[in-house]
Design a binder for this molecule. Structure first.
Ligand SMILES: Cc1ncc(COP(=O)(O)O)c(C=O)c1O
Length: 395
């Protein structure tokens, strides 16, 4: 893959006709090292966020060996990673998927949130006594951009009953939860851990594993998430209060926080109508979250130098398909004089960007290049893996 010092250098050299994903593996590696250094347990990468081999290679090189997988295709891919520990954390799985994950790929770690799922897992693994079973709890989101509480999770007496049954079946019993993606303050983890404590007491079970899920934020325009160190402190304090033994092993499953800032998208302006820019990728491509969840990614003009004191304006984007929902309101801040033929770097698209893209209307093809410069925004600006120093983080 070609390498460029920056998106501007790439545009100067290639003037691409299709969108380009600018990959910054060094940013994924830095994020992974930060988590491995600071999180008091296993760091499992949520594979769904981005399965680029360049980013997976960077995460692996930084020491990531655990992976949260949710489907057979993800397992087939992730099983090729040497020494990978795969955790099948989707609480609802088909029988075939459980059977193949267990017998063909050696998966021994499964999440569940119902007695039906427990029965399925036990039947399809032949009553295996060597399983790690994670009971997924329903927990309340707080300050999360993408709450996940409606779909999965057991609560109250049902959760306690399930914990007792899973305890009888499992070699290792775990509890897991997800506070919602892009959770911008740590309170939801504190509340969720308090719920874990109540359920341990109610069910009277001994816990071997505890997974605090994903949800750790990246940094986009217009939001100021708390520094990641505040999440680690809140989680550590919450875990301290639990009735669990020291040998209970912690895990987290970040997706977004490990890869969001490791990719940018470089798009061309195909038309300008007032403050609306028609660009060559959109809500059916890499920018699903901008169109459908109103994420405002950071933006910058990369096809010419911006003059000192040049006026900026707020713009909305239209994607390339014929569909009117292919619209990204932003607002995205760009030089007032931006025009047809200009190129824009849209930053921090690495999580759930390429992963969600489709080919509707014949669009969605992209090129890729490695970018050697720093991400447009970072949660890890002053941390050095060499010194292990965590001086401060920007929001
Ligand atoms: C079970 C599970 N774990 C981890 C993640 C990763 O979450 P995030 O990208 O917010 O860190 C997800 C995302 O949906 C998930 O469903």
């Amino acid at each position: 893959m070609r390498r460029f010092p920056s998106a501007s250098a790439l545009i100067g050299a290639t003037k691409p006709d299709v969108p380009v994903i600018g990959v910054r593996p060094h940013a994924a590696a830095r994020a992974a090292r930060w988590f491995i250094e600071h999180f008091p347990g296993d760091v499992a990468y949520a594979y769904k966020a981005n399965s680029s081999v360049f980013l997976l290679g960077a995460l692996y090189g930084a020491g990531i060996r655990h992976f949260d997988v949710a489907s057979l295709p993800e397992i087939e891919d992730a099983a090729t990673i040497p020494g990978a520990h795969l955790h099948f954390m989707h609480p609802v799985k088909s029988r075939t998927t459980i059977r193949r994950a267990f017998s063909e790929f050696g998966v021994r770690s499964f999440a569940l949130d119902s007695e039906d799922e427990l029965k399925k897992i036990m039947e399809e693994t032949g009553g295996c006594r060597d399983l790690t079973l994670w009971v997924r709890l329903a927990v309340a989101p707080k300050n999360s951009r993408i709450p996940l509480d409606r779909k999965f999770g057991a609560a109250g007496a049902k959760a306690a009953r399930l914990l007792i049954k899973a305890r009888q079946a499992a070699r290792e019993l775990g509890m897991t939860f997800h506070v919602g993606s892009q959770t911008e303050t740590p309170e939801a983890y504190v509340q969720a851990l308090a719920e874990v404590g109540r359920l341990i007491a109610k069910a009277g079970v001994v816990l071997d594993r505890l997974d605090v899920g994903g949800g750790f934020p990246s940094v986009y325009t217009g939001a100021a998430p708390m520094p990641l160190s505040a999440y680690i402190c809140a989680i550590s304090e919450g875990v301290e209060r639990l009735p669990i033994a020291d040998r209970c092993r912690l895990m987290c499953e970040p997706g977004r926080a490990l890869v969001a800032e490791a990719e940018s998208l470089i798009v061309r302006v195909n038309a300008r109508r007032g403050t609306e820019l028609f660009i060559n990728d959109g809500g059916y491509g890499t920018l699903f979250d901008a169109a459908h969840l109103n994420f405002t990614y950071p933006t910058r003009l990369v096809s010419r130098p911006v003059e000192i004191n040049e006026a900026y304006g707020n713009f909305a984007f239209w994607g390339p398909t014929c569909d009117t929902i292919d619209n990204m309101k932003g607002p995205f801040s760009l030089p007032e004089k931006i025009t047809e033929g200009d190129y824009i770097e849209i930053g921090n698209t690495g999580a759930y960007g390429r992963a969600m893209g489709g080919r509707f209307n014949g669009y969605g093809a992209f090129e890729e290049a490695i970018l050697l410069d720093e991400p447009m925004r970072t949660m890890y600006p002053t941390w050095s893996a060499e010194s292990g120093e965590d001086v401060a983080q920007q929001a």
